[in-house]
Design a protein around this ligand. Structure first.
Ligand SMILES: CC(C)(COP(=O)(O)OP(=O)(O)OC[C@H]1O[C@@H](n2cnc3c(N)ncnc32)[C@H](O)[C@@H]1OP(=O)(O)O)[C@@H](O)C(=O)NCCC(=O)NCCS
Length: 156
């Protein structure tokens, strides 16, 4: 085991793994993002994998699928997001994977939205050079309450 972290294009066979990773209640709480059921999840991924404007990478840790990174356009801005399976947390994987991603994807500025309580994700972004840009309100996982999220921006 060399703790090697690699990015590669997403394969169909990665999807059931991503699906399980996004079901974890600690992860959904952290991200303040609801999990999708299998049908909704597969439909969402089929859509984004068919969209040339979306950049998708699987994150491999010692050859295992540890998570994913996605970059997409929203309201004329480029957003980045990532999700690491819980058994892989705390190994520096998100930081290494995002910094590798940013070496290849040179679109700037790049934005990321992060729930105010998601200290880990904010730290990942700041370690990769993102700076605090502002705050926005979003609907929480039940779509009922308004919660706050930070917007971070990478200029260079
Ligand atoms: C947030 C997440 C991406 C972090 O991934 P990770 O691979 O564990 O992160 P890293 O190991 O690269 O950690 C980076 C830094 O954040 C810190 N960190 C990570 N998780 C943390 C947590 N739960 N609380 C506090 N700090 C945390 C680490 O200590 C490290 O800081 P350091 O270098 O100063 O020690 C991962 O927990 C995850 O995917 N969560 C669910 C989905 C999610 O929140 N996605 C992001 C949506 S914006």
């Amino acid at each position: 085991m060399t703790n090697e972290i690699l990015l590669r294009d997403v394969n169909e066979s990665d999807l059931p793994i991503f699906y399980e990773q996004q079901l974890d209640p600690d992860a959904t709480k952290m991200a303040a993002f609801p999990s999708r059921d299998r049908e909704a999840f597969m439909a969402h991924w089929a859509k984004i994998m068919a969209d040339d404007s979306v950049i998708l990478k699987s994150i491999l840790f010692d050859g295992q699928v540890a998570g994913n990174i996605v970059c997409w356009e929203q309201a004329g801005e480029r957003e980045v997001g990532y999700w690491i399976g819980k058994e892989f947390w705390g190994k520096g994987i998100a930081t290494k994977a995002l910094s590798e991603f940013l070496n290849h994807v040179k679109i700037r500025p790049l934005y990321a939205h992060v729930a105010k309580h998601n200290i880990g994700s904010r730290r990942v972004l700041e370690k990769c050079g993102f700076k605090m840009f502002g705050m926005e309100l979003f609907l929480d996982t039940q779509g009922e309450n308004r919660a706050e999220e930070y917007v971070l921006k990478l200029n260079e």
